[in-house]
Each structure stands twice: as C-alpha cells, then as structure tokens.
Design a protein. Structure first.
Lengths: 373, 373
C-alpha cells in the first residue's frame, strides 16, 4: 500500500462534535509554531485565560485548557478533587453520567448513583434527597448538557443545593459551553470542564477547565498525591500561572491553543448572549422542519438543548444506511445514537459555527430527499 | 485589554522541542476537520498505524498515538502495565528518569532507583546487578534519549537484559524516535512512547505509543482496573482497532492526527536510515563550529545525541540574556538547561525538519555575534 497525503473532503459537521470550524480558526491553527515557553506564547496564554473566563462567566484564577480532550478534562476534575473514600453523588441520565461514575471508582471514591431516564434532566429533588441521606457527601457530579440525549439539567439549582450541604460540584459542560447559558460564578459551580470541539467550534483535543477557590482549597488540603502526574493540576498551575517564572510541566499543544484563542475571540466578539440566542433560533427553525418531516424528539421541549437535537429514527428505516447516504451524497455528517439510543436515534448538532441557516436548510432538504427515496 | 488574533512570528526552533515544522505539515494540520468516526478518517488512522510501525521498526499490532502530549504517553505505559506492589527498576540519569519514578509511585508500584550522573548514559552493569538483586522485578524503565542532557543509553543491551530476567521494559523514546536508531522489535522493547514535536517535526500534543505482545498480555492479565479511564489502553484499543466496528472512546484530535500522518509520510519518504544520517551529519557540522567557539559538551562523544546538543554556558555570560537576544534579534530559539543543568547549559536541538544546513549556519553565526558583542 502506497500512502499519500491525506486530503479530507469538506464535510458539513452536524453530529455531536466535532462541529463545523470557521476557516479563521483553521488558519490560526496553522500559524508557525513557537516554543511553549516563548514570551509571546506566554502572553497569548494569558489572553486565553481571560477569554476562557468570559466564556465560563467566572473570575476563577484557575481557568485553563487541559492539553487533551474533554474526557481528560473530566478525569482532571475527579482525580484532583477526590481522595480515597470520598463520597460522591453521581447523577446518571446518559452516557457521560456513567463515565463520571467510572471516574469516581477509579479515583478511589465511593459513588452514590442517582438515576434518571435517558432523555430526562437530572432530578433536582433526588439530588436533594441524596444529600440529606448522605450528609458526609463531598462532591455532587452531574452533566449539564448530556451529549448522548440532548437534555439540559438545572445546573443552577443543583449548584445551590450542593452549597447548602457543603458539597462541591463537578460539572460536565462539554456540550453546553457557548451554546446555552452557563454561569459558573453566579451558579456557584466548583469544577467545570468542557471540550474545544462543540459550541466553541475549535479543533478537538483541548478541555477548557475552571476550578473555584473552594475546589483549589480541597486540592491543596489533600493528604495523598493526585494519582495522575499528567493531570495533577497543582503541577500544571506552575506552567499556566502568570506570577513569576513559568515552570515546565509538559510541552503545551501550541498550535491547538492558537486555534482555541481564535475561536474564543470569535465568541467574545459575537457576545455570549448573542451566541446563545443564535443557537436557540437555529434550533427552532430546525425543529419546525423536522416536525414537518414527522420526526419526534427524544427530549421534552422544556429540557431540550438547542445545539443537540436527538430525534427518533422513523420506523422501518435502516438508520446506518441513511447516515452513509447523507455523508456520501451531501458530505453531511449526522450523529448516530449512543448507548441506550444506539440504532434508535439520530443526533443532529447545531454547534458554534455550525449553528447557521445554510446548515439547517441543507440538513432538512437532505433528510427529506433521503427518507423519500 | 482588547484581544486581537494571535499572529506569531516565524521562529527558528533549535531548542529541545517543539522543533521546526515543515510548511507541508502545517498545511495538513489546517485541512477541513472531519468526524472522528468518518470512514475516510478511519482509513487515515489505519495508514497512520502503518507509518508509526515503520518509524518504531515494529510489527506490534498495538501501535497508536495517544491523544495528548508525551508525558501522557509516559503515564499510559505506567498506569497500564503496573499493578499495586509491582517492582519497577527505574534508571535515573536526568529529568525524565525522575518523572518515571514519580509515575511508578503514583501508579502504586515500588520503584527501585538506579542513579547515574547527569550527562552519562544508564549503566548497563547496574541494571544487570539490580535485576540479579531483585529477581521479582516486573519492569525495567529507562529513557533512551535524555532530553535534559542529550545522552543516549544502550536500549538494545537493556532490552536484552530485561528479557533474560523475565522483565518488561518501558522506554522513553520521546527525543530518539526518528533521530537516532530505535528498533523496537529487534531490541525486544515492550512499551515505548514518544512525542510528536521532536524528531518527527509535528505539532506538539500527540504521543506515539507501541506495546509488544507481552505488554498486552500483562495488561490483559490485570486483576484491578487501570486507574486512569482516559489512558486505559484496553478501552482505547476499541477505537484504534481495525477489526469490525470502531467504538467511541473519546473524540480524537482529528487535525493533529492529519499533521502526524503527514510528518510520518515525510519520514518514510526520506527513509529512516537517511534521517538518522542527516541528524548525525548536521550534528558533526554544529559540533565543529561550537568547538571553534570554545564550547564544551555536557555529554561524552560516545553517548552524545546528534539531535540534542547540551553545551556548558561560557563563564561570565548571563545565559538568559543571551537566549533572549537570540530570540529577539534572530528569531532563534535555543533551549535553557533543565533541572541540575538549569543556568549552566544550553540545549541546542537539531530535530527533524530543523536538522538542516541553514539552521546550523544561523545558529553558529548568531551565537558568535552574541557572545562577542
């Protein structure tokens, strides 16, 4: 087999991520690499922290991007905040809640699992009851926007409950950041991670992360080392910190950070509220069209994420074949169902740069043509 | 502060990495993002595995790129291969040997440390004695090419010794891969990791990794789960495996993998042996010039890496000031000393695309001008 340069086609990415990326961001990505301790790069990292704080709506000093995908951002929260035996309430209403439980176990914590139906939000009442039943709970972990179902949970209410019961929160904001309201400080959230490749429309591979003062205090009062060297945020802080000399931890993914900087700049220039409104407006347009085509949504309207539209596959349709057809004929990627929804649902993403009229129009027309073939 | 797009200058990167990157690789990096489960992308990953096997000189089926920097590649080896209480001989002759020891401890292993002077290779005799003294040793861990000093160790001899004593090897090949001979199969090495940003001249952020059959067997016979979910290679394998359906683990860093594919293709087209010879030839030219300028090398000629030239800073020189001058005046990055060599040495990299006449010439001339100012 002779291998050639890989020249990908231009896909329209309307799955659960990676999302469509602006040419501006791809251009930033390919700018010349500089050293990870270059003073100019260090200056860019300071700007990046500021842009991330805006996106997260936080003043948390510890606001960075983990040099790895969202799953590593999740793990960074659990391994830093949990010590052996810590009780953690884990809310499970989709794939990523289950992954959180896995993380708790592997970090040596004790998971108290609260289950809700796939497609439903986390039940705030159940969280309250679990906190009452388990007064020694150290952490409440939940997914703000479940990428596997498209349901949004009430992060504000859960954040407030956790604070009342002296527990910290770990929040999965992988799909929510930039797409729906997320207010880290106002909602009193403690450890919040995201991914670069969803509503920020940056390349996959980075995990924005922010820790509150209380989260940092929990880390600083640990009596055992963090089990991961790579994800030990007390070491990482020495590199991202603006005070004095930067200390080397690992070689930062320089070019990917250029791209994140650019994508966050685009978000700041648009304005967070405008971005949220645009996601909502595009969702409503898509929803009307999908309903006309006879689709039913997995999630009730009240808890539906505009950026991730999970719909049931119509009866009698070979779902994989339709997705292949969309990809091959229209270069259009739509997401398959995941976990309990595998084979039963499609996930149509309207994320970041991809939440726009031309994508909605193409998707509706291509689906209509494919289903009536 | 108004934030603008970040436009980096074109630096000449002659530090310990990231190294100079070919425009061809930066171009590949910025091609349109496709989905991480797109059939075309899956095909590219198969090619990438094949190219990585060539670079590592291995037939190991498990040959992939970890979606994170070299330090995560290191951690992937330790957390997958070590179970609580496993005895691990760790050879320490620089910064990265010490980092290996940290990894052993955090993975619950027992570290038996063999120390050698910074700038010296790992003593094969000491490894043999340690294996005799500790017959229950499960793993021997060492750094093939110490990035902190520029010393190469005899990976072939240590690999053979470990096999004689029924131990596996974990090998840091971050700086060696592509720059000096590394023959994973012939030398019977078991778990070998590298970094994308050294002699492969790709962007930083990926860690090539290969596991031998015996390494896989050790992982499969574990009685406890791997402590890291993100780095659990039995889960990752489900995504990288060519057999049957790919299962989702995490979102792959699509664009960075395009770049790695391209950089490995360049290496294959040049030929490994030719690349090794080029590094050696450029090193000899640089060495002659540096000696004329009065520089002394940290490492004896017999153990010197061509791609990482550590030289003592001349007496009476403000080393940080000179490095800043080189960067500001010539856009030339030269590496500072690390660990025990901080403030005492410079590290001049000749890695991958950067191992070329124009870089050697610039470096020598710029150093001469800067030191005689």
């Amino acid at each position: 087999m002779t291998i050639q340069s890989f020249i990908p086609p231009r896909r329209i990415l309307m799955g659960p991520g990676p999302s469509d990326i602006s040419p501006q961001v791809l251009q930033a990505l390919s700018r010349p690499t500089v050293g990870h301790l270059d003073p100019l790069f260090v200056g860019m990292m300071d700007e990046l922290k500021q842009l991330l704080k805006y996106a997260f709506q936080t003043e948390n000093e510890f606001t960075i991007a983990v040099s790895a995908p969202g799953s590593a951002g999740m793990e960074a929260c659990f391994v830093n905040l949990i010590e052996a035996g810590d009780k953690v309430i884990v809310c499970r209403n989709g794939v990523f809640g289950e992954r959180m439980r896995e993380n708790v176990i592997r970090a040596g914590g004790e998971a108290i699992v609260i289950d809700d139906e796939w497609g439903c939000p986390v039940s705030v009442d159940k969280v309250e009851q679990a906190l009452i039943d388990n007064p020694e709970t150290k952490i409440v972990a939940f997914v703000h926007a479940e990428t596997s179902t498209g349901a949004v949970s009430d992060a504000k209410a859960i954040g407030a409950l956790a604070k009342q019961h002296n527990a910290l929160t770990i929040v999965d904001a992988v799909t929510s950041l930039g797409g729906v309201p997320l207010k880290v400080d106002e909602w009193q959230l403690d450890a919040v991670y995201s991914g670069s490749q969803k509503c920020l429309s940056c390349v996959p591979g980075l995990a924005p992360l922010t820790f509150s003062k209380q989260a940092i205090e929990k880390i600083q009062s640990r009596t055992t080392p963090v089990q991961s060297w790579f994800l030990d945020q007390s070491l990482v802080l020495g590199y991202w910190s603006g005070e004095g000399k930067r200390s080397y931890h690992h070689t930062a993914p320089v070019n990917s950070l250029y791209a994140l900087h650019e994508s966050l700049l685009i978000l700041q220039n648009e304005g967070l509220e405008n971005a949220w409104q645009r996601h909502q407006a595009m969702h409503e347009k898509l929803k009307l069209g999908l309903e006309k085509l006879g689709f039913e949504f997995v999630v009730d309207e009240a808890y539906r994420l505009p950026q991730l539209n999970a719909v049931y596959v119509p009866q009698g349709i070979d779902e994989a074949k339709v997705r292949s057809h969309l990809l091959e004929t229209y270069n259009l990627e739509v997401g398959a169902g995941l976990g309990a929804l595998a084979g039963k649902a499609w996930r149509i993403g309207l994320m970041g740069y991809g939440a726009k009229e031309e994508n909605v129009a193409l998707c509706l027309r291509a689906l209509e043509e494919s289903l009536t073939q």
